[in-house]
Design a binder for this molecule. Structure first.
Ligand SMILES: Cc1cc2nc3c(=O)[nH]c(=O)nc-3n(C[C@H](O)[C@H](O)[C@H](O)COP(=O)(O)OP(=O)(O)OC[C@H]3O[C@@H](n4cnc5c(N)ncnc54)[C@H](O)[C@@H]3O)c2cc1C
Length: 347
């Protein structure tokens, strides 16, 4: 019998697994894809709160953000530069740390159901004391245990483009003709290449095509990616023997859809909660609630709620250029400087 089975080899799953395995417990990660980190579905833009990462996965560091709506724009400068990472490199780094801690991986294996202490997959059955659902925003673990992920959903789409860019500034574009319900971004890797994308509650494809045409013009486009995120506060992220972490637990910034920093924080707390549970031989929902659900929410509920407020204020004003520029004068720029920081601790 394994001590912990984790579904999903993304950064939240690998980090949780690593923390438990480091205490000498047997941990198995089940992943439906043939390797960790692929396919890559991410811009890879994070604050320094992501923790220590290898230098060779840092693509760019950017301190300035330009907010654009119609003909209005204003700029804010972050106190600490944001980091643009090679997301595949990050996943491989977290995977490598889990592997070094003794975590076992089963790739090309799809989780289906958890019955008693049996984890059923399309290949075989594993017995476990605890099951961790780190299987992303459409979590099968959540569905199979009747844990309800918030319905709020955005669809994201991004391409890499070759053109001319200022590598020191990120652009965020607002407007219901650009990205209804959210915004479009241009994140430069250097002066020649950028990651350009948008998120919306509608079909993102026509909006991204239009945005590319208007903002970039004719250009070489490659590496098209797309996925969804959910946001809000999950009512319950635990059940008997089960906990959810990362995107599966909506540990995601509602405004920017960034899930890496919150997910890593959630994963550390999840790993520690699993260890406590194994030490106490108590896998009940009540024990997991006290040591996991309550603990991560004490750190992330408020930032998530503030992120939802920020999202709703900016989306209300996104179509009115005059109001947009007036708000800049009256302090939106200060408010907006919170946009891609994490709203946790001192930003
Ligand atoms: C276009 C786009 C851009 C983004 N940009 C940023 C950004 O700039 N900064 C940021 O912080 N965040 C960003 N995000 C969000 C970020 O990618 C996620 O928050 C992050 O990947 C969540 O990590 P995770 O480990 O929780 O889940 P995931 O990385 O989604 O990993 C879940 C894993 O579970 C596996 N899985 C799912 N179901 C099963 C099953 N039944 N059986 C076995 N395996 C299963 C999947 O294959 C996957 O490997 C972006 C997202 C998108 C879509």
């Amino acid at each position: 019998m394994a001590d912990v089975v984790v579904i999903g080899s993304g950064p939240a799953g690998c980090r949780t697994a690593e923390i438990v395995a480091k205490q000498g417990y047997e941990v198995i990660v089940i992943e439906e894809h043939p390797e960790a980190g692929k396919p890559t579905q991410c811009t890879g833009f994070v604050s320094e709160k992501i923790g220590k990462i290898p230098d060779d996965i840092i693509v760019n560091k950017i301190a300035r953000a330009r907010f654009c709506s119609g003909k209005s724009s204003f700029e804010v400068k972050a106190k600490k530069p944001m980091i643009l990472m090679d997301r595949l490199g990050f996943d491989k780094f977290v995977f490598g740390e889990a592997l070094a801690a003794g975590v076992q991986f089963r790739f090309s294996t799809r989780y289906q159901q958890f019955e008693g202490d049996n984890v059923l997959t399309n290949i075989t059955t594993h017995k476990t004391r605890i099951l961790v659902g780190a299987d992303g925003p459409n979590s099968t673990v959540a569905k199979s245990k009747n844990l309800k992920i918030p319905e709020n959903k955005l669809l994201l789409m991004q391409v890499n483009v070759k053109s001319t860019f200022d590598p020191s500034v990120v652009e965020l574009w607002f407007g219901s003709d650009i990205a209804p319900g959210s915004f479009a971004w241009v994140v430069p890797e250097n002066d020649e290449y950028a990651r350009v994308g948008l998120m919306t509650d509608k079909n993102p494809i026509p909006f991204l095509e239009k945005f590319l045409k208007e903002r970039i013009g004719e250009t070489e486009v490659f590496n098209r990616i797309g996925d969804s995120i959910r946001f809000g506060i999950i009512e319950k992220s635990v059940a008997d023997r089960v906990l959810l972490v990362g995107d599966a637990a909506t540990q995601v910034k509602p405004f920017s859809a960034g899930g890496l920093v919150y997910g890593q924080l959630g994963a550390r707390i999840a790993g520690e909660a699993c260890v406590k549970s194994l030490e106490a031989n108590d896998f009940s929902e009540t024990f997991l609630y006290e040591n996991y659900d309550k603990v991560w929410k004490s750190q992330l509920s408020r930032p998530i709620k503030n992120g939802m407020r920020l999202k709703s204020v900016i989306s209300k004003f996104q179509d009115n250029s005059l109001v947009f520029s007036m708000l800049n004068k009256f302090g939106l720029s200060r408010f907006a400087s919170l946009v891609d920081v994490d709203l946790i601790g001192k930003d």
